[in-house]
Design a protein around this ligand. Structure first.
Ligand code: SAM
Length: 284
């Protein structure tokens, strides 16, 4: 079962969950002892990373991707293009809580999905702290399942309306999947999104050129040790992305760079090494 092989990734969600809380992007209910401990353990390496990259350690990279995805998602909701969000591999991210609060039940249905253990932990944290709401759901799903109760369609049955636009978000997931697995995921997402009146796919992405630099190799090495598996880079340059997505059902794809939004979004690590990008795609 895929769950067994990709559940090794789950502890990284505690680290990122701590980063979101520390930076005012999440609720304290979603912070964990594991996340705070990992953050403290990695702090010395972060200092070295910042010195080597002009101020872009793991924390800045995470904030850049998170704030860019937030911004692109807000634009799509506010323009009326989407009224529903499926955030896959949401972990302990606070985006579901923030967006559900910001847009309210009349405007947005927000569904977060993750592997069973993580989804159960998130659901119980939200329930015990009064953060649950009728238009914000947490479901168990497996992004790699083609059928069965954890496949996208079954896991979200009854929660979405095909008459409204849907945004799908994957954040912090693709790097853990090799290219064939990522392509399979994109085909599954495109099939799932196609019946909706409109769709948008947002994800972080890492392009190979910067990923080969010493400082980034150091980060990747740490992440690989920590997740007991390889991390993967799927493209060397931005120009390869749209043709690859087109092969798997996304007719349109754009790559956003932190420098495009640095000033508007006050992104941390401005002027430092670019280590992350955000993909925006659609099946139409
Ligand atoms: C790096 S964390 C990212 C969490 C969150 N998106 C964030 O940015 O804070 C990766 C997440 O992927 C989840 N995950 C791993 N394999 C998965 C799969 N096959 N289907 C759904 N989620 C998965 C893990 O449980 C974990 O929560």
């Amino acid at each position: 079962m895929t769950d067994r092989s990709t559940a090794r990734i789950s502890p990284t969600a505690y680290y990122t969950g701590h980063v979101w809380c520390k930076n005012g992007l999440s609720d304290a209910a979603l912070d964990t002892r594991e996340g705070a401990l990992l953050f403290a353990l990695l702090r010395p390496a972060m200092r070295v990373g910042r010195a080597l990259t002009g101020g872009v350690a793991l924390e800045e990279m995470l904030l850049q991707r998170h704030l860019m995805i937030d911004h692109l998602l807000s634009l799509a909701i506010e323009s009326g293009r989407v009224g529903q969000v499926l955030e896959i591999a949401a972990g302990m991210s606070g985006r579901g809580v923030r967006f559900s609060r910001r847009y309210g039940p009349g405007r947005l249905v927000y569904v977060e999905g993750d592997l069973e253990g993580m989804a159960a932990r998130k659901r119980s944290r939200l329930a015990s702290t009064g953060l649950s709401s009728g238009h914000h759901h947490v479901v168990a799903l497996d992004a790699l399942a083609d059928d069965g109760p954890l496949a996208l369609a079954q896991a979200t049955r009854g929660l979405f309306d095909h008459g409204k636009g849907l945004a799908i978000v994957t954040e912090g997931l693709l790097s853990y999947f090799d290219t064939p697995t990522t392509e399979g995921l994109w085909r599954r997402l495109a099939r799932f999104a196609a019946p909706f009146s409109d769709d948008l796919y947002l994800s972080d992405l890492h392009l190979g050129r910067t990923m080969n630099l010493a400082a980034v190799t150091l980060f990747r090495g740490m992440l690989q040790l920590f997740t007991r598996g390889r991390t993967h880079v799927h493209f060397t340059s931005a120009s390869e992305v749209a043709p690859a997505l087109a092969k798997h059902g996304f007719a349109r794809a754009t790559v956003h760079h932190p420098r495009d939004w640095a000033a508007e979004l006050s992104l941390p690590g401005q002027g430092g090494l670019e280590t992350v990008q955000v993909l925006e795609a659609s099946t139409r």
